[in-house]
Design a protein around this ligand. Structure first.
Ligand code: NAD
Length: 418
C-alpha cells in the first residue's frame, strides 16, 4: 500500500495511536482529531503590473481548551487546507507538551513568495490580515511567523491589525521586530529550544555534543540558528553538511557555521559555498552517519523509502512533520533517538508566548531572562517525554503525544465539552 503523505491524515493517525493508548472515549477522540473552526478566504492583491491576483488564504483554530489558539502563518506554493490543519493540530500538542496556557492554530497563503516583489508581499500581508482580523485577538487566536513569513511581513500585519482596531495591540501577533514589541530572543528561539533538548538527549546517550558531528537539512531561520547555536551553546561540534532547497554541501573536517550563514545571506544558497569538499543532495545529507541530524526544512523527508538508511544517533526535528509514521517505526527499531517535532521545535512558540505576556503588560524582559525561562521549559518538557518513553516503552513521538494529548483531554473534560 502506498504510504500516506497527507500531513493531516498523518497527524490524525499519530493522534489515534495516542488516543488508543490513553483509552480516550469516542466523543473525546472525535473532538480532538478535528479542528474546532476553520476559515478559508480569498485575498485580492494589486500586482505591480497593474493586474489583480487572487490568493487563497487559511486560518485553522484547532483546539482552545487550554487557552487561546496560537500558531504561525506559512506562505508556500504547496499550502493547502490539510497542511494548515495538520500544523494547527501539532501546535495544539506543542503548546501542551511544553505546558504553556495556549491552544493550537495555524494559517497560510498558497503563494510563491520568491516571485513576489516587496510591494506585492506588503499588500498580501495586509490583505490576509484584513480578512482574518475579525477572528483574531490575544484571547482568541494569535498568529506568528512560519515558513517564508519574515519579521517584516509580521510588521505589516501588526500595523494593519492596529489600523483596523484603532489602537495599539502588540500581543495579537508574535515574531514582531523588537522595535514593534517583539521579544528578545524570539529570532533564534526555535533552534535554541531544540539545542537544549539535544543537550539533554546527549547526556542520556553519553554523547559529547562538543565533539559530535552534525548535519542540517534546510538552511532558513530554524536551520541557520541550529548550525550556529549547536557550536555556541553546546561548546563545539563538527558541522559536516548543510542544505537548502537547491541542494547540499559536505565537508568531512567540518565547516564554520557563521561563515556559511554569511555566504547564504549574500548568495541566497549554500550550494556555491567554496570551502566544502563536495555537493550532495538533500537525500544524501539525511543518510549521513552523523551524531545529530537536524531536519529543518519541510514535511515528509524521512519516509519508509529512506528510513532504513538513516544513520544518525539523534534526529532533532526542527521542521514540522519531517518523519512519516512508517518511518518512525523503522527509526525506533534501528535505535535512532528522535526528538519529535512538536517537542524539538517548541522553543519558537514558547518565546512567542513570552512575547505575548510582555506585550500584554507592556513590560519587556532581558535576553538573559528569556533564555533562562526557555531553557527551563524545554528541559522539563524533554524529560517529561523521555520518562514517558521509558515508562510505557513507546517511541519518543508516541510518548510526546501521550503527555500532550492527556493534558488537552483533561482540559476538555473539565470544561464539560465531552
Ligand atoms: P524558512 O523559510 O526560514 O527556511 C526554510 C528553508 O528550507 C530554506 O532554507 C529553504 O531553502 C529550505 N528548503 C525548502 N524546501 C527544501 C527542500 N525540499 N529540501 C531542503 N531544504 C528546503 O523556514 P523556517 O522558519 O526555518 O521553518 C523550517 C521548518 O521549521 C518548517 O517545517 C517550520 O514549520 C518549522 N518551524 C519553524 C519555526 C520558526 O520559528 N521559524 C518554529 C517551529 C517550526
Amino acid at each position: 500500500m502506498a504510504e500516506e503523505l497527507n500531513p493531516f491524515k498523518i497527524a490524525q493517525a499519530q493522534f489515534d495511536e495516542a488516543a488508543e493508548k490513553l483509552g480516550l472515549e469516542p466523543a473525546m477522540r472525535e473532538i480532538l482529531r478535528w479542528p474546532r473552526r476553520e476559515y478559508k478566504f480569498t485575498i485580492p492583491v494589486k500586482m505591480d503590473d497593474g493586474s489583480t491576483k487572487v490568493f487563497h488564504g487559511y486560518r485553522v483554530q484547532y483546539n482552545d481548551a487550554r487557552g487561546p489558539n496560537k500558531g504561525g502563518i506559512r506562505w508556500h506554493p504547496d499550502e493547502t487546507m490539510d497542511t494548515v490543519r495538520a500544523l494547527a493540530a501539532w501546535m495544539t500538542w506543542k503548546c501542551s507538551v511544553v505546558d504553556i496556557p495556549l491552544g493550537g492554530g495555524k494559517g497560510g497563503v498558497t503563494c510563491n513568495p520568491k516571485e513576489l516583489s516587496n510591494g506585492e508581499k506588503e499588500r498580501l500581508a495586509r490583505g490576509w490580515m484584513r480578512v482574518a482580523a475579525r477572528e483574531l485577538g490575544e484571547h482568541r487566536d494569535s498568529p506568528a511567523p512560519d515558513v517564508y513569513t519574515t519579521p517584516q511581513i509580521i510588521a505589516w500585519m501588526i500595523d494593519e491589525y492596529e489600523v483596523i482596531v484603532g489602537r495599539n495591540h502588540p500581543a495579537v501577533i508574535t515574531g514582531k521586530p523588537i522595535e514593534l514589541g517583539g521579544s528578545q530572543g524570539r529570532g533564534d528561539a526555535t533552534a535554541r529550544g531544540g539545542i537544549f533538548t539535544v543537550r539533554e538527549a546527549c547526556k542520556k546517550f553519553n554523547i559529547d555534543p562538543a565533539k559530535a558531528t552534525y548535519a542540517v537539512q534546510g538552511f532558513g531561520n530554524a536551520g541557520q540558528f541550529a548550525a550556529t547555536l549547536h557550536k555556541e551553546v553546546l561548546g563545539g561540534g563538527i558541522l559536516v553538511a548543510v542544505s537548502d532547497s537547491r541542494g547540499g554541501i559536505y565537508c568531512e573536517k567540518g565547516m564554520d557555521p557563521q561563515d556559511i550563514v554569511k555566504w547564504k545571506l549574500e548568495n541566497r544558497t549554500v550550494i556555491t559555498y567554496p570551502k566544502a569538499d563536495k555537493k550532495i543532495s538533500n537525500e544524501e545529507l539525511l543518510e549521513l552517519p552523523v551524531d545529530v541530524l537536524y531536519p529543518a526544512a519541510l514535511e515528509n523527508v524521512i519516509t519508509q523509502k529512506n528510513a532504513a538508511n538513516i544513520k544518525c544517533k539523534i534526529s532533532c526535528e526542527l521542521a514540522n512533520g519531517p518523519t512519516t509514521p512508517e518511518a518512525d517505526l523503522i527509526l525506533h527499531k534501528n535505535g535512532v533517538h528522535v526528538i519529535p517535532d512538536f517537542l524539538a521545535n517548541a522553543g519558537g512558540v514558547t518565546v512567542s508566548y513570552f512575547e505575548q505576556v510582555q506585550g500584554t503588560y507592556n513590560y519587556y524582559w532581558t535576553l538573559e531572562d528569556v533564555r533562562k525561562q526557555l531553557d527551563e521549559k524545554m528541559t522539563s518538557a524533554y524529560h517529561a517525554v523521555y520518562d514517558m518513553h521509558k515508562e510505557k516503552n513507546v517511541h519518543m513521538r508516541v510518548a510526546a503525544y501521550l503527555v500532550a494529548v492527556k493534558r488537552v483531554a483533561d482540559a476538555v473534560k473539565l470544561r464539560g465539552w465531552v
